[in-house]
Ligand binder design. Structure first.
Ligand code: LP5
Ligand code: MN
Length: 247
């Protein structure tokens, strides 16, 4: 292991769906270790949503201090950190970003990385067969709804989110698995809109895989990131290509 600050060849890491929370402390420990070991060697770390089990607002920073502090240290050491909202933590705002030393990316974001055009997304917007979820998503992603929600005391917001989590689990148990995966037409439309990137990287479905697609005669790879419930999951990218990195 090289000392912090001395990088291997330029590479970036992609993770999502860690669902960090106090009731799964082992995952937080593993993530803090990942920051000190793998992420410290990377030029950039992309966190593609559902980083936290849920986020009730940036006035709850204190509860997540060790994680925020570790991100800040990584950023100070020279690894650029990017974060994209997931359906659990879309209320993460600029106060969090500045304290943690990261940049929030809109969903989706198109980048050029190591000579490839790469489209990043959390993935929930692609699950268009889940109509109940998409209706809910449209409501809670509106700035007006968020402003009203955030005006309530933190304890009230947390209680509402806990109640919603229960309802979400209940509703999920009645949904077919296929409804909770991405819709192939929605994926094609997104890829068409972004003029056929070489890769689409997303999480959310917790179904890690590489799908080789052909859209209007263009080859596109769709990488799906895995969650961190049992163990970490990470995609590694450099000039040689993109591949899963065992943790
Ligand atoms: O999260 P996951 O993967 O288990 O399930 C998602 C969808 N569920 C959600 C809800 C989140 O789990 C909980 C919210 C996190 C914090 C958000 C902060 C602020 C919101 C506070 C609101 C009071 O995203 C689940 C999908 C699944 O992914 C697969 O894609 O199926 O969707 C649902 O289960 C949603 C239900 O189908 C519809 C719920 C309607 C509830 C309406 C209550 C009214 C709330 C007020 C809204 C204006
Ligand atoms: Mn998600």
């Amino acid at each position: 292991m090289e000392p912090a600050g001395q990088k291997q060849t330029a590479h970036s890491l992609f993770i999502s769906d860690l669902h960090l929370c106090g009731s799964r402390p082992a995952i937080t420990t593993q993530f803090l270790e990942f920051l000190r070991q793998q992420a410290a060697q990377a030029e950039a770390l992309y966190i593609l949503g559902d980083f936290f089990e849920y986020w009730a607002g940036d006035d709850d920073l204190a509860q997540h201090q060790p994680i925020i502090q570790a991100l800040r240290e990584l950023s100070n050491q020279g690894t650029r950190i990017y974060f994209m909202h997931g359906n659990r933590d879309f209320l993460i705002g600029e106060a969090f970003a500045q304290t943690a030393g990261l940049t929030i990316l809109p969903d989706p974001t198109l980048l050029t990385l190591y000579g490839k055009r790469v489209l990043l997304s959390h993935g929930d917007a692609l699950c268009t067969d889940d109509v109940a979820y998409q209706d809910f998503r449209q409501q809670v992603r509106s700035p007006a709804w968020q402003q009203t929600f955030l005006q309530q005391p933190l304890s009230v917001r947390k209680a509402q989110i806990e109640a919603l989590r229960q309802r979400s689990e209940q509703e999920k148990s009645g949904k077919q698995e296929s409804i909770m995966d991405v819709n192939a037409v929605a994926v094609d439309e997104l890829l068409r809109r972004y003029e056929y990137p070489d890769l689409l990287i997303h999480g959310h479905t917790h179904r890690p895989a590489l799908h080789e697609l052909e859209v209007d005669g263009h080859k596109v790879k769709r990488w799906v990131l895995g969650d961190w419930y049992e163990q970490g999951s990470c995609l590694f990218a450099d000039e040689a290509g993109f591949r899963h990195q065992p943790l």
